[in-house]
Design a protein around this ligand. Structure first.
Ligand code: ADP
Ligand code: 5SP
Length: 474
């Protein structure tokens, strides 16, 4: 009988589960469930969505190992008994913007942070959220005995909430108090931010053992339980942050840049050495293979398309049609997509804007085109900020399902774009990590890569310049 592995992507908008053959990587079954809206969410909702997604994927029957990847940075605080202290503040919650600015100043400037942990904190980082809580909710801060991240918490719940919580290098690198260069916590920075040092998860290596799923870890129907009988223990892999898992899922190699159009927009690359950018644009994360993952993140990606579709009262397919009908450059109409504030550039209080509106550009097609182009201009800036000359640019994430995004991306990026078959690359990366934890060894198992479509088009003259001008003058 073949061995199966399960990969979980507990990201901002939903939880996805894929079940794959551990040896070949072939997809066997999958399921998903929605997460609530909002930038603070009680972790119990993630737990409920995980159960639902597992059920929709046909349960864990035959699965030998599970790995959970999840949205990065979210602050999950637990009390002495392991109960959640308050709803988690997510990566896209910007109330901690001032706390981040204060922390940068208190340590002596952005260079000091980049040197210490590879990244300069912005509102998204866990360290900034902890400072916000210490200042605004002292009673919750006092009750906080442990701090962990979304994937740590879900893995721990699957294990039946044992004494120790675990994490991995990738997710730890998004806290702001763990150094990818030294592989150690900087509890001095946590103390600076929070005024105390709560217990922190143990940082596991890429294919380490994070325990086994407890019987109570998954809700299963009676028939499945009866079929399973005395089931072999289901191993838990370390899990990781969603971008780290995406890199593993898409098989990113040095020389590739991956651009993900999810709730966040990210551009990242696998690197052999740690990075540190004092400008704060590039976060110097660790990856899920023992390497590193310099990454630029925007707060506004696929939801810009959702917002444009809502304004135009159309669905995603019609938005695509409209955007492709609109002229390249949208006749000078520019949408600056700071709908949730922005992280790169660091403008947490910014709002979106529309420039170049004339009688001629006041059409649904121009607006749809400007929305896709504006969102992609933000990502092109992210790509440029990495400072690499990539061999391949791979486009993934929910937004890459849009034909307009796929066809317009090369006109904005000024280079060909490779689009892997639409899929759940974060969950796939987690599944590959689960297979790796079963097989052992120093590298993840080789799984056959799917088909990749190449999109090529001439760059649209003046587009990036008009966007830069509009973004600089909100
Ligand atoms: N066919 C489609 N066309 C355009 N956008 C799509 C399509 N399918 C999904 N999306 C977009 O995918 C987004 C979710 O992307 P996803 O990567 O799953 O997000 P996350 O992982 O952050 O929860 C939605 O906001 C939606 O805009
Ligand atoms: O904050 C970051 C990266 O630093 C985000 O990329 C989050 O990890 C959320 O990811 P998605 O839900 O958009 O995939």
């Amino acid at each position: 009988m073949r061995t199966l592995v399960a990969g979980v992507d507990s990201s901002t908008q939903s939880c996805k589960v894929v079940i794959r053959d551990a040896e070949s990587g072939a997809l066997v079954r999958q399921g998903r469930a929605a997460h609530p809206q909002g930038t603070e969410v009680h972790p119990d909702h993630w737990w409920a969505a995980l159960q639902e997604a597992i059920e929709r994927a046909g349960g864990l029957d035959g699965v030998a190992a599970v790995s959970v990847a999840a949205q990065q940075h979210g602050m999950v605080c637990l009390d002495e008994r392991g109960d959640v202290v308050r709803p988690a503040l997510l990566w896209n919650d910007t109330r901690s913007a001032r706390a981040a600015r204060d922390l940068v100043e208190e340590l002596g400037g952005p260079e000091r942070w980049a040197e210490a942990v590879g990244s300069v904190p912005v509102a998204s980082f866990t360290v900034s959220k902890l400072r916000w809580m210490a200042e605004h909710e002292p009673e919750n801060a006092r009750r906080t005995a442990q701090v962990c991240l979304p994937h740590d918490w879900l893995t721990w719940r699957l294990a039946g909430s044992p004494d120790t919580i675990t994490t991995d290098r990738g997710d730890a690198s998004g806290t702001g108090y763990w150094s990818p260069a030294t592989g150690a916590y900087r509890t001095d920075l946590l103390e600076l931010a929070f005024g105390a040092v709560p217990a922190l998860p143990r940082v596991l290596g890429p294919a380490d053992d994070a325990g086994t799923i407890a019987d109570a870890g998954i809700v299963e129907d009676a028939a499945t339980v009866a079929r399973a009988g005395t089931r072999a223990p289901v191993r838990l892999a370390p899990g990781t942050g969603d971008n780290m898992a995406a890199a593993l899922g898409v098989g990113a190699r040095p020389g590739d840049v991956v651009v993900s159009v999810g709730t966040s927009g990210t551009a990242f690359a696998v690197a052999d050495a740690p990075s540190s950018d004092p400008s704060g644009a590039v976060a110097g994360f660790a990856d899920a293979t023992g390497r590193f993952l310099p990454l630029v993140c925007t707060l506004n990606a696929a939801r810009v398309l959702d917002a444009a579709a809502r304004l135009l009262r159309v669905g995603p397919a019609e938005l695509d049609e409209l955007a492709l009908q609109g002229p390249p450059g949208a006749g000078g109409l520019v949408l600056v997509p700071y709908l949730e504030g922005e992280r790169t550039p660091n403008l947490p209080e910014a709002t979106g804007s529309l420039r170049g509106l004339t009688l001629a550009t006041a059409t649904p097609a121009h607006l749809a085109r400007a929305a896709v182009e504006g969102m992609l201009c933000g990502l092109a800036d992210a790509l440029d900020a990495l400072g690499l000359d990539p061999r391949r640019v791979l486009l993934i994430g929910g937004g890459a399902r849009s034909e307009a995004v796929r066809r317009i991306a090369p006109t904005v990026f000024g280079r060909p774009v490779l689009v892997p078959e639409p899929g759940e690359y974060v969950a796939d990366g987690a599944a590959r990590q689960a297979a790796w934890s079963l097989a052992g060894g120093t590298e993840p198992p080789e799984w056959a890569a799917g088909r990749t479509a190449v999109y090529e088009a001439a760059p649209t003259p003046g587009l990036r310049e008009r966007y830069a001008d509009a973004a600089a003058r909100p």
